[in-house]
Design a protein around this ligand. Structure first.
Ligand SMILES: *[C@@H]1O[C@H](CO)[C@@H](O)[C@H](O)[C@H]1NC(C)=O
Ligand SMILES: *[C@@H]1O[C@H](CO)[C@@H](O)[C@H](O)[C@H]1NC(C)=O
Ligand SMILES: *[C@@H]1O[C@H](CO)[C@@H](O)[C@H](O)[C@H]1NC(C)=O
Ligand SMILES: *[C@@H]1O[C@H](CO)[C@@H](O)[C@H](O)[C@H]1NC(C)=O
Ligand SMILES: *[C@@H]1O[C@H](CO)[C@@H](O)[C@H](O)[C@H]1NC(C)=O
Ligand SMILES: *[C@@H]1O[C@H](CO)[C@@H](O)[C@H](O)[C@H]1NC(C)=O
Ligand SMILES: *[C@@H]1O[C@H](CO)[C@@H](O)[C@H](O)[C@H]1NC(C)=O
Ligand SMILES: *[C@@H]1O[C@H](CO)[C@@H](O)[C@H](O)[C@H]1NC(C)=O
Ligand SMILES: *[C@@H]1O[C@H](CO)[C@@H](O)[C@H](O)[C@H]1NC(C)=O
Length: 889
C-alpha cells in the first residue's frame, strides 16, 4: 500500500487556503509539469492553492492526447489536476526532462482519472525511469488521484520517465513533479527509495505539504487510540541535517497513553520481502525541568537498535537506517522504550517508510543517445517508438536500430541504423559519425541530397553502408573507396559511383569484346588474390596464442578448447630445471613463500620479461598427475585480472610453476603500510576490488570448465606496475564441470578466517565459497583490520564489522589511514556488499557478476563525488543487524 494520496480539494483547501496564499517559497530547481495543459492556457501559471508554479508538459513529450476530468468534478478539483495527457498509441511513451546529473530528486507522478474518457475504466500501467521499471500505477476509478513517489539520483543530464502499456487500458498522467533534495539526505547503500508511507503523528486530519514542506513532501496524519498527543506552539529549528521536515510536523508528537508502557508503531508492507529504509524525526516539544528527563531506546522487531536517545528541545534530529531492513512477514514494528532514568515517556513526531527499488539495467552510452537524438532532430523523425532509451529494454528498442548489449557490464551501444524508405531529405546527418560502434548503416530509398561525407570512412566499425536510391551527388571520397577495398560493403547509385562520369556505365554493350575479356580476367586475378589473402588471414590466428580477453568483455572470450589439443602449446611453455636455475640465477632472489613452496624472482632468457618462479616443495601433497593436469588447465586461463602462467617445469623431482612477475606485490602488503608508507586511496582500493572481482567472475563463468579458486585472500591479490590487480595462486583451484554446480571434496582447504563456514561444515565446494572469501577481502580493504584478531572485541572481522556497524559510526569502521578521504555513499555500498558476500548462508550471497556490477557502481559514484563526505553529525544513524550477525540484513 503506497498510500493513495487523496487530492480531494476539500482537504487541500482546509490546509492551504488560509495561511499560504503568501508568496510562494523558493522553487529553485523544481520541475512542475501540468500534463495536458491546454495550448491556449497561460504557461507557466501559479496554482492558487499551493503557490506552485506549473508549466505545460507539451515540450517534454512528443506524443499523447489531452484529456480533462469529468465536468462533475471540476468544482472540487485543483487546476493542476484538471487536465491530463493520455497515450492511446504506442506501447511506451516517455517524458524527457533536462535535469542535473548526480542530483537527488524527489519525483512524483500523479494520476487522477476523473473518468475523463467516460469509460469508467480503471487504467493500470507501468512507470519506468529510463530503462528500468519504477512501479506499477493502478489509478483506480475513485475520484481521488494516485501519486507515486521515488527518491532518485540522476545518472545523466537527461531523464526519461516512461509510461508503458501493460494491458488494454490507456496510460495517462496528470502531474509530473521533481524536487531537488539535499544530496546528503536519503542516502542508500544501493538502489532508490520508493515512498511507502510518510506520517506525522497528530490527531489533526490535515495533509501537510508545500509550502509548509519546502521539499514538497506530502505528510499524512496518523494517530492511534493507544497514543496521546503533546504539542508546542513554538517553532522548532528544522534546518539541521538537511531534511527540512516542516515545522508544523515537528510541533506535535505522540506519546503512549499509558505513561509507563512503551510506544509502539506498526506498518504492514505490501510485499513481505521488500527491503525498507526508515526515517524517524524527533524534536522535543516540552521544556524539561531540572528534575525531568526523557531518554529512550529504539527497538526494531523487538531488538534494541539505538540506545539511550534524548531528543533536543525544539531542534530536529533525524534517525535513519544505514542498511536496508526487512520486516518479519512484512509486519514492521518500531518500539520506543523509556530507559530506567527517564522521568518522561518516549515520543515520536514523524516517520517515513521507503522500499528499495533497484535499477540494474544499464542504459545506452550517452554519446550514442545524444547522437541518435541529433539524427532524429535533423530528419524531424517523429516515430512513436523513438522515445526513451534507444536500446533498452530490448522490447522497446527504437525501430530501425540494433544494439549490442552483450553482457551486464558494458553499456549498450547502437550497432545498426536502418532509415531506409523513411522519406529523409537533406544531407547525410553529421550526427551519424558520433555513433562510434555503428556497423550497419542503411539510408537507401530516401531523398537525400548533397555529397557523401568523408567521415563515413573514419567510422572504424562500419562494415555495411547502403546509400542507394537517393539524390546524392559528388563522388565517393577516396578514403571510403579504400575502405571498400578493405572489405566494407558499400551500395550507392550508379550515377554516384560514376561521378564525374569516368567509369564503366551500364552502356557497356559498346565496349569491344577484347576489353571485356581483359576486365573479366582482371576480375579473376583479383578474386584469386582476395581468396588467398582471406585464407592466409584466417589461418594466422591458429598459430598464435589466444590473447588475454579484454577486461570488460570477459564472457565473450570463453576458452572452450578441449584439453586434448594442448600438446603443442604445453611443450613450448615447458622449461628444464637447468633453465629454471639459469632463469633465477641459482635461486638467488626469493620473493616469498606461496601456497606450496618458495617463490623466486627470475628473467626469461633472451627477453626482458620478469617472472616469478614457484618451486613446489617435495612435501607438497600434490601428485605429479594432478600437477600436470593443473598446469594444462592453467595454461589456458587467460584474463587480464588473473596472474598468468608463463610456463612450468616438470622434471620428476623438480616441479616449478613460472608466473608473470607482479612488481607491486600483494594487496595485504599495501594495506599493512609496509610499502613505503604510501596509503592506497579509497578509489584505488575500489578499483582493485573491481579487478579482483572480474578475475574471479572469469574463473566462475568465463572459462570452461569453470573453476573455484578456493583460496581467495588479500595476499593472493597481486598488483602490477599500474596497480592492476590480478588473482594469483591457483594452487588449490579445482575445476568442475558445468551443470554440476557443487562438488564434495574430501580435504577442506583454504585459509582460516577466509574459509566459507558452509564449506567448512559441509565440504561442498561451490563458487559461493569464493564469494565468501572475497567478502572478507572487501572487509579488509574497507577496514584494514586483521581477519582474525583475538585481542579485539570480536575476533572475526565480520563479527567485528557488524558490531561496529551497530554503533552506527562509519568512521570507526573505516581504515583510519584513509583519514576520512572517501565518499560515505560508496563506502556504505561497499560495506553492505561485503557483508552480503560474507553472509554465513551461501544462498544469500550474490554471485560474482552481481558483485562486479555493484562494485563498478560504487566506483562510479566515488569518482563522481570524489573527495567529499557528507556524514552530518546531527544526523544520527542506526543499523538494524543485531540478529543475523554477520549478515547485513
Ligand atoms: C552535494 O552537493 C554539493 C553542492 O552542490 C557538492 O559540492 C557535493 O559534492 C555534493 N555531494 C554529493 C555526495 O553528491
Ligand atoms: C538552526 O540550526 C542551525 C545549525 O545549528 C543554525 O545555523 C540556524 O541558524 C538555526 N536556525 C534557527 C532559525 O535558529
Ligand atoms: C500501563 O502499562 C504498564 C506496563 O506495560 C502495565 O503494567 C499497566 O497495567 C498499564 N496500565 C494501564 C492502565 O493499562
Ligand atoms: C520536579 O519538580 C517539581 C517542582 O519543582 C515537582 O512539582 C515535580 O513533581 C518534580 N517532578 C519529578 C518527576 O520529580
Ligand atoms: C539545538 O541544537 C544545537 C546544536 O546541538 C544547540 O547548540 C542549540 O542550543 C539547540 N537549540 C535548542 C533550542 O535546544
Ligand atoms: C542514570 O542517571 C545517573 C545520574 O544522572 C547516571 O549516573 C547513570 O549512568 C544513568 N543510568 C543509565 C542507565 O543511563
Ligand atoms: C560512451 O562512448 C564514448 C565514445 O565511444 C566514450 O568516450 C565514453 O567513455 C562512453 N561513456 C561511458 C559512460 O562508457
Ligand atoms: C559529436 O560528439 C562531440 C563530442 O561528444 C560533439 O562535440 C559534436 O558536436 C558531435 N557531433 C555531432 C555532429 O553531433
Ligand atoms: C524527392 O524530392 C523531389 C524534390 O524535392 C520530389 O520531386 C520527389 O518526389 C522526391 N522523391 C521522393 C521519393 O520523395
Amino acid at each position: 500500500m503506497e498510500s493513495p494520496h487523496a487530492v480531494l480539494l476539500v482537504v487541500l483547501i482546509a490546509t492551504f487556503a488560509i495561511s499560504n496564499l503568501v508568496q510562494a517559497e523558493d522553487q529553485e530547481g523544481f520541475i512542475s509539469l501540468d500534463c495536458g495543459l491546454a495550448p491556449n492556457e497561460v504557461s507557466p501559471y501559479i496554482e492558487p492553492f499551493t503557490g506552485l508554479r506549473f508549466s505545460s508538459d507539451s515540450s517534454f513529450i512528443q506524443s499523447g492526447k489531452i484529456g480533462r476530468v469529468d465536468k462533475s468534478l471540476e468544482a472540487t478539483t485543483l487546476k493542476s489536476y484538471m487536465t491530463l495527457r493520455y497515450f492511446p498509441d504506442g506501447k511506451r511513451n516517455c517524458y524527457n526532462l533536462i535535469v542535473k546529473q548526480g542530483t537527488t530528486y524527489l519525483m512524483r507522478a500523479t494520476a487522477l482519472y476523473g473518468n475523463y474518457d467516460g469509460l469508467n475504466n480503471s487504467p493500470k500501467f507501468d512507470l519506468y525511469i529510463g530503462a528500468n521499471l519504477w512501479t506499477t500505477l493502478d489509478t483506480g476509478i475513485s475520484l481521488t488521484g494516485v501519486a507515486k513517489e521515488i527518491i532518485y539520483i540522476t545518472r545523466s543530464n537527461s531523464l526519461d520517465v516512461c509510461l508503458v502499456k501493460t494491458d488494454t487500458s490507456t496510460p495517462f498522467l496528470s502531474l509530473l513533479e521533481l524536487r531537488p533534495l539535499d544530496n546528503d539526505t536519503y542516502l542508500t547503500s544501493s538502489g532508490s527509495l520508493k515512498k511507502f508511507s510518510r506520517y506525522y503523528l497528530s490527531n489533526s486530519e490535515s495533509i501537510i505539504a508545500y509550502p509548509d514542506d519546502v521539499k514538497d513532501r506530502i505528510w499524512e496524519s496518523r494517530f492511534e487510540s493507544e497514543w496521546k498527543q503533546i504539542s508546542t506552539t513554538l517553532k522548532p529549528n528544522n534546518s539541521i541535517g538537511g531534511y527540512f521536515v516542516p515545522q508544523n510536523v515537528l510541533m506535535t508528537a505522540a506519546i503512549p497513553a499509558n505513561d509507563s508502557a512503551p510506544f509502539s508503531f506498526t506498518e504492514e508492507l505490501d510485499s513481505p520481502t521488500d527491503e525498507i529504509y526508515v526515517y524517524l524525526h524527533f524534536s522535543e516539544v516540552q521544556s524539561l525541568q531540572a528534575n525531568e528527563s526523557r531518554e529512550f531506546d529504539i527497538l526494531w522487531s523487538g531488538e534494541v537498535v539505538y540506545e539511550g536517545f534524548s531528543p533536543n528541545y525544539l531542534n530536529i534530529t533525524t534517525i535513519k537506517t544505514n542498511t536496508p531492513l526487512t520486516c518479519e512477514d512484512g509486519k514492521c514494528n518500531l518500539g520506543l522504550r523509556r530507559t530506567k532514568n527517564s522521568t518522561l515517556p518516549p515520543f515520536l513526531n514523524a516517520i517515513e517508510f521507503y522500499t528499495v527499488v533497484k535499477f540494474p539495467q544499464l542504459e545506452t552510452n550517452g554519446t550514442d543517445v545524444v547522437a541518435i537524438k541529433d539524427i532524429k532532430a535533423t530528419y524531424e523523425l517523429n516515430r512513436n517508438t523513438w522515445q526513451g532509451d534507444p536500446c533498452v529494454p530490448q522490447k522497446f528498442r527504437w525501430d530501425g536500430l540494433d544494439c549490442n548489449s552483450l553482457d551486464t557490464l558494458t553499456l549498450p551501444r547502437i550497432t545498426s541504423l536502418n532509415l531506409s524508405s523513411t522519406g529523409l531529405k537533406g544531407n547525410i546527418a553529421a550526427g551519424i559519425q558520433n555513433l562510434t560502434h555503428l556497423e550497419k548503416l542503411d539510408l537507401s530509398n530516401n531523398n537525400l541530397t548533397g555529397g557523401i561525407p568523408e567521415f563515413l570512412a573514419n567510422m572504424k566499425s562500419l562494415t555495411f553502408i547502403n546509400l542507394s536510391n537517393n539524390n546524392l551527388n559528388g563522388s565517393i571520397p577516396q578514403a571510403l573507396l579504400k575502405r571498400e577495398k578493405e572489405g566494407l560493403k558499400l551500395s550507392v547509385d550508379e550515377k554516384t559511383r560514376c561521378f564525374p562520369g569516368s567509369c564503366v556505365t551500364t552502356t557497356k554493350k559498346k565496349f569491344p569484346v577484347m576489353i571485356v575479356a581483359l576486365v573479366s580476367s582482371a576480375v579473376v586475378v583479383i578474386v584469386v588474390v582476395l581468396v588467398l589473402i582471406f585464407v592466409f588471414k584466417k589461418k594466422k590466428p591458429s598459430n598464435l596464442e589466444a590473447l588475454p580477453p579484454s577486461s570488460n568483455t570477459p564472457r565473450e572470450n570463453v576458452t572452450s578448447t578441449s584439453i586434448s589439443d594442448t600438446s603443442i602449446e604445453t611443450k613450448r611453455k615447458r622449461f628444464s630445471y637447468s633453465e629454471v636455475l639459469e632463469m633465477t640465477k641459482n635461486l638467488q632472489r626469493p620473493l616469498g613463500e606461496g601456497g606450496f613452496g618458495v617463490v623466486y624472482h627470475g628473467d626469461i632468457m633472451g627477453s626482458s620479461q620478469q617472472v616469478a618462479v614457484k618451486l613446489l616443495s617435495q612435501s607438497s601433497t600434490q601428485g605429479y598427475k594432478e600437477f600436470k593436469a593443473e598446469v594444462e588447465l592453467l595454461l589456458r586461463v587467460h584474463h587480464i585480472n588473473l596472474v598468468s602462467l608463463v610456463g612450468y617445469c616438470d622434471e620428476r623431482d623438480h616441479l616449478a610453476l613460472i608466473y608473470e612477475y607482479m612488481s607491486n606485490k600483494d594487496l595485504k602488503h599495501h594495506l599493512s603500510g609496509k610499502h613505503g608508507g604510501s596509503v592506497l586511496k579509497w578509489n584505488t582500493r575500489l578499483q582493485i576490488a573491481v579487478d579482483a572481482a572480474l578475475g574471479l567472475e572469469y574463473l566462475h563463468i568465463g572459462c570452461r570448465p569453470s573453476m573455484v579458486h578456493r583460496d581467495v585472500k588479500s595476499t593472493n591479490i597481486l598488483l602490477d606496475e599500474q596497480f592492476t590487480a590480478k588473482i594469483a595462486d591457483f594452487g588449490l583451484s579445482r575445476s568442475f564441470q558445468l551443470g554440476d554446480e557443487s562438488q564434495v571434496s574430501t580435504v577442506v582447504a583454504g585459509t582460516p578466517g577466509y574459509l566459507d563456514p558452509e564449506y567448512y561444515r559441509t565440504g561442498r565446494l561451490a563458487e559461493m565459497s569464493d564469494v565468501y572469501s572475497f567478502g572478507i577481502v572487501l572487509l579488509e580493504i574497507i577496514t584494514n583490520q586483521r581477519v582474525i584478531d583475538p585481542a579485539r572485541e570480536k575476533s572475526h572481522i565480520t563479527d567485528w564489522t557488524a558490531f561496529m556497524l551497530n554503533r552506527g559510526d562509519i568512521t570507526r569502521i573505516m581504515d583510519p589511514n584513509l583519514h576520512g578521504d572517501y565518499n560515505s555513499r560508496s563506502v556504505w555500498r561497499a560495506l553492505e556488499l561485503a557483508m552480503m558476500c560474507a553472509n554465513p548462508s551461501s544462498e544469500k550471497r550474490p554471485n560474482m557478476s552481481q558483485v562486479v556490477i555493484e562494485l563498478k557502481e560504487c566506483l562510479r559514484s566515488e569518482n563522481k563525488t570524489e573527495g567529499m563526505d557528507s556524514h552530518s553529525s546531527y544526523e544520527q544513524s542506526m543499523s538494524f543487524d543485531t540478529k543475523a550477525v554477520p549478515s547485513a540484513r
